[in-house]
Design a protein around this ligand. Structure first.
Ligand code: SF4
Ligand code: SF4
Length: 355
């Protein structure tokens, strides 16, 4: 990345929104879940991005330039946000697609039909349902979810015209069901079935991970067969900061994309956002980005309740950030946007326009 590459003056085309820090589920490895008892981390509350906030933060001239809005985030599931439907309707147009990542196990089928009708306005719009198994296995990882409810919701969404993708993380306890799940996804008219290799979870040295459920029972998540583990040399973790060819190519900058957290704070991407939040909680973080963000008082100057996006994009911070990539080589940026970074997914398409 050359030091002159910067967000300054960039026309934002993509937004990643963390609508909320609330979630109905309690996945043991999620950043929001305390693995000792599967309750939400004590510092989480009910912060949300509301419709009126987003209208004010992103005036119509700015919204007009948008090509994609993704609703996911680090600490919550977008379907739990009060204004999720209204926000999807605000952004989804024939020119701008809207996508959501969700466990799918909240809200009524009526709500999902409405979301399907809203997203049908743009053929690239979609919902990624994260379903890691079938009726007897999905909730081992997606705790507190109901497989039957997810399937009813996805069906209502698809029947109303929405495009749905099934995303499946293989573990030892569910990998035998991959073909059955793929077949079910075809029968239910999911557009795509994707196996997400768990390159952020397991390694040969770390084949299983313990957690304690809400009844105090110790449980283990175990790594799947090697065919569902990422290839050696391609994992994000294999990117080493002091290697010669570790140039950073900022994905957010490349895609003209920004991230807005549920606290209304703007970051380049969700990966640095979750680390920067740690620093304000007084936790130790070695990501290399948070230090710069804190030095610039990012929590204050990148808060959309206090400053406009225009002001932020013209601030010195983004110039400093691009220099920071060259001089300080923040580990989080190397991990996510180093040259060798190759996230692995195996996708199968169920319908001809599934992408
Ligand atoms: S559904 Fe998503 S946000 Fe909710 S606990 Fe699981 S991983 Fe975290
Ligand atoms: S991890 Fe760093 S380099 Fe990658 S998108 Fe985020 S800010 Fe840019």
């Amino acid at each position: 990345m050359k030091p002159t590459d910067t967000f300054y003056g960039v026309r934002i085309a993509r937004l990643h929104l963390e609508l909320t820090e609330k979630c109905n589920a309690a996945c043991p490895l999620c950043i929001r879940t305390n693995p000792d008892g599967l309750r939400p981390q004590s510092y989480l509350g009910t912060q949300e991005l509301r419709l009126d906030d987003l209208r004010a933060f992103l005036p119509v001239e700015l919204r007009r330039n948008l090509l994609e809005v993704h609703m996911c985030g680090s600490y919550g599931d977008p379907i739990m946000a009060k204004d999720c439907l209204a926000i999807a309707a605000l952004f989804c147009t024939p020119n701008c697609s809207v996508s959501l990542s969700t466990n799918g196990s909240a809200r009524s089928t009526r709500w999902w039909s409405e979301l399907g009708r809203i997203l049908a306005k743009n053929p690239k719009s979609r919902v990624d349902f994260h379903i890691d198994g079938l009726a007897d296995t999905n909730s081992f990882y997606r705790r507190n979810t109901s497989f039957a409810k997810i399937i009813k919701n996805a069906t209502a969404f698809i029947e109303a015209g929405g495009q749905a993708n099934w995303e499946f993380i293989p573990f030892k306890h569910n990998e035998h069901q991959i073909e059955q799940a793929r077949e079910l996804s075809r029968q239910l008219n999911f557009a795509r079935f994707t196996i997400k290799k768990s390159n952020w979870i397991f390694s040969e040295e770390r084949p299983k991970i313990a957690f304690t459920d809400r009844n105090g029972k110790t449980c283990y998540l175990e790594k799947p067969s090697s065919i569902y583990m990422p290839d050696k040399g391609k994992t994000r973790a294999s990117v080493i900061p002091d290697s010669d060819n570790q140039e950073i190519n900022c994905l957010a900058l490349f895609q003209n994309e920004l991230y807005i957290s549920c606290e209304s704070i703007v970051y380049p991407c969700c990966w640095v956002a979750r680390h920067a939040r740690n620093i304000y909680l007084g936790k130790d973080t070695k990501d290399g980005f948070s230090e710069l963000f804190q030095r610039y008082n990012g929590n204050e100057i990148f808060n959309l309740k206090r400053h406009s996006l225009e002001e932020m994009l013209h601030s010195h911070f983004f110039m400093a950030l691009s220099e920071w990539w060259s001089t300080n080589q923040p580990p989080i940026c190397f991990k996510k946007c180093g040259l060798k970074n190759q996230p692995e997914k195996i996708k199968t398409t169920n319908v001809t326009n599934g992408g």
